[in-house]
Design a protein around this ligand. Structure first.
Ligand code: FES
Length: 104
């Protein structure tokens, strides 16, 4: 069984409630989202036509794709409405002190 590696990507105060922040780990773009009193991390890649989602609306635990409007659950990555039918990739998040780390 391989251990996940948590990589520090941002300070907690860089992602206040209701905000998002785009970070990069290696070549992977990850959108950090502060909603529902916690931090979520999802890949900056829509499962529909593979557009970036970091400019989409984000609230109440979901993010919407700015291109065709699919919304995704930030916890599971599952689509909430069409046209997307596949989930987006999600990452485990750990907040240690004032640092946000994601499992990659
Ligand atoms: S590319 Fe995101 S909904 Fe179409």
């Amino acid at each position: 069984m391989s251990e996940k590696t948590f990589v520090a990507v941002a300070k907690l105060d860089e992602v206040p409630p209701g905000a998002k922040k785009l970070v990069t780990v290696g070549k992977v773009e990850i959108v950090l989202c502060n909603t529902l009193d916690r931090i979520f991390a999802v890949r900056n890649l829509c499962s529909h036509a593979y557009e970036k989602i970091d400019c989409g609306r984000m609230k109440n635990g979901w993010i919407s794709c700015p291109v065709h409007g699919a919304r995704f659950d930030l916890e599971t990555g599952q689509p909430i409405n069409p046209p997307a039918v596949m989930p987006i990739e999600t990452f485990e998040v750990r907040v240690e002190g004032d640092e946000i780390a994601v499992a990659v």
